[in-house]
Design a protein around this ligand. Structure first.
Ligand code: SF4
Ligand code: SF4
Length: 207
């Protein structure tokens, strides 16, 4: 069999390789500092995240879990990021409505014995319909919407309740809506479906 002679270019590369610095680092003996744009473990920013759940919806690897639970009359949303399932695509960061609620960090050393040690989670208070209990959204998300639309928030009853809470105006919004739902209850925290029921039943009454 005829052995192919190495080409000049390959020989040059080999000689250059002997005298140049290695491309690899001395990790784990020396701390490796990845470049700033490195896509590492995503982490929530507790001050900026509003709990809208968009990051959970766009995650293609299902690495973000969203748990909505109602216990002792308190509704809570928990968002949990699972690094073991993450493919570091950056979709959560790109689609975050606040732009900075979740960010990919430069953390890459995420080997673990117990997955719980690497989970990153964040909790939010939820606002639920006072009539049927349907989740309307997180309190911080509603306040975020209100801030963006300004005075237009006065036209939306649920946002209006948020505004009165922010301004600390005393109201009876916290009172539970009793059955049957009335047109006046439309000014309380009720979901669009219940608001429609209240409107239709009130219309029928008038005829
Ligand atoms: S980086 Fe991609 S895979 Fe990882 S949590 Fe965000 S959206 Fe999901
Ligand atoms: S604000 Fe951003 S990080 Fe927080 S839940 Fe919404 S999309 Fe996710």
């Amino acid at each position: 069999m005829r052995v192919k002679k190495p080409k000049i270019r390959e020989l040059k590369e080999a000689v250059k390789g002997i005298f140049s610095k290695p491309y690899t680092t001395d990790f784990p003996y020396k701390l490796h500092i990845p470049p700033l744009r490195y896509r590492g473990k995503p982490e929530y920013n507790r001050d900026i995240c509003v709990g809208c759940g968009a990051c959970f919806q766009v995650c293609p690897a299902k690495a973000i879990e969203m748990v909505d639970k109602i216990e002792n009359h308190t509704a809570t949303r928990i968002l949990i990021q699972h690094p073991s399932q993450c493919i570091f695509c950056g979709e959560c960061e790109r689609n975050c409505i606040t732009k900075e609620g979740i960010k990919l960090t430069t953390k890459f050393d995420i080997a673990y014995f117990n997955e719980k040690d690497t989970l990153d989670s964040i909790e939010h208070k939820l606002i639920v319909c006072q009539y049927c209990g349907t989740i309307i959204g997180s309190e911080k998300h509603l306040q975020w919407v209100l801030k963006r639309i300004g005075n237009l928030g006065f036209a939306q009853p649920v946002l209006l309740t948020q505004l009165t809470e922010t301004l600390k105006i005393k109201t009876d919004f916290e009172e539970k809506v009793v059955s049957p739902i009335q047109r006046t209850d439309m000014l309380k925290i009720v979901c669009p479906k219940c608001r429609r029921i209240a409107f239709i039943s009130d219309e029928k009454k008038e005829r």
